[in-house]
Design a protein around this ligand. Structure first.
Ligand SMILES: [Fe+2]
Length: 294
């Protein structure tokens, strides 16, 4: 047995903590287990041919190795736990709250529209997405994929509806309008020629949506430039691999009660509530992703 009692007590106390942490986090790691067993055995052996000093040195060395392994493991466990906390389990999406009151965007968008749009329409996409996810989970469990085509369509429609509306609410603010600034402003000028050219293109795309859909400003991490898309319904005519930055809902439910068939008037008025700070923030995040360009 190692003679230095303080050292032994300290290492044993630390190993107890380590074992508790391993147990609480359900860690199964051969290297870690090896070092824990090794250190315990070295401290307890009565008849060893190595000198006390040699064995203390070996133990100290093993403690350092173990500590390094634990630190790496701790980082993995921590990021995994954050990832798990943030993950939405299948069928558990919820309606996000509006970042302002229902009447906050008046006179540009009426309180009545905002309330219906948020509580009825967006809610129905959340419900539809949850249902599709649960049905597909059930299909995987029962290995019955007869209705996979139907539920994948539902998943695309309601999922896109939910995600786009979630962006849309934050893309607007009562203190909106004006122009973007910083890198977004520079990149809009660089790609579209000018802010006016971008605004005209975006408005025309919105006004000319056939049936129901969206105008969407996206960032392409692949091409590394901005683009304007015109989506039908929520998910048709998209360009995969791009990140939406600014989205405009031109479904009738978004304007009809106030603007009736004057969709163009709604589109023009909408620019007064654009939250450019939100768009800039999304852009900043999106630009961190840069894939190999083709
Ligand atoms: Fe909508």
């Amino acid at each position: 047995m190692i003679q230095n009692e303080d050292f032994v007590r300290e290492v044993k106390r630390w190993l107890e903590e380590v074992k508790g942490w391993i147990e609480r986090n359900n860690i199964s790691d051969e290297n870690i287990e090896h070092y824990v067993t090794f250190i315990l055995a070295e401290m307890d052996h009565e008849n060893e041919r190595d000198s006390q000093e040699d064995r203390a040195g070996m133990i100290q060395n093993a403690v350092w190795q173990l500590d390094e392994l634990l630190q790496t493991k701790w980082h993995t466990v921590r990021s995994e736990s954050i990832r798990q906390q943030n993950a939405v389990p299948a069928g558990k999406h919820v309606l996000p709250p509006l970042p302002y009151s229902y009447d906050a965007l008046e006179p540009f968008i009426s309180q009545r529209i905002m309330r219906l749009h948020h509580t009825k329409h967006h809610q129905s996409y959340v419900d539809g997405l949850n249902k599709a996810e649960k049905k597909l989970e059930e299909a995987r469990r029962s290995n019955n994929f007869e209705l996979v085509k139907h539920w994948e369509r539902e998943l695309a429609f309601h999922g896109s509806g939910h995600y786009l509306h979630t962006i849309f609410w934050n893309n607007m603010t009562p203190r909106g309008g004006g122009r973007p600034s910083g890198e977004l402003a520079r990149d809009i000028d660089a790609y579209f020629g000018s802010f006016a050219a971008f605004q005209k293109h975006f408005s025309e795309a919105a006004k000319q949506v056939e049936g129901v859909g969206w105008a969407i400003l996206v960032w392409s991490p692949r091409s590394r430039h901005l683009e304007i898309l015109q989506s039908e319904r929520h998910m048709i005519l998209t360009q995969w691999d791009t990140i939406p930055l600014l989205v405009l809902d031109v479904w009738e439910h978004a304007y009809y009660l106030q603007y009736e068939n004057r969709k163009a008037e709604y589109v023009d008025a909408w620019w007064n509530v654009v939250n450019w700070r939100d768009v800039e923030k999304r852009y900043e995040e999106a630009k961190k992703i840069a894939w190999k360009p083709y």
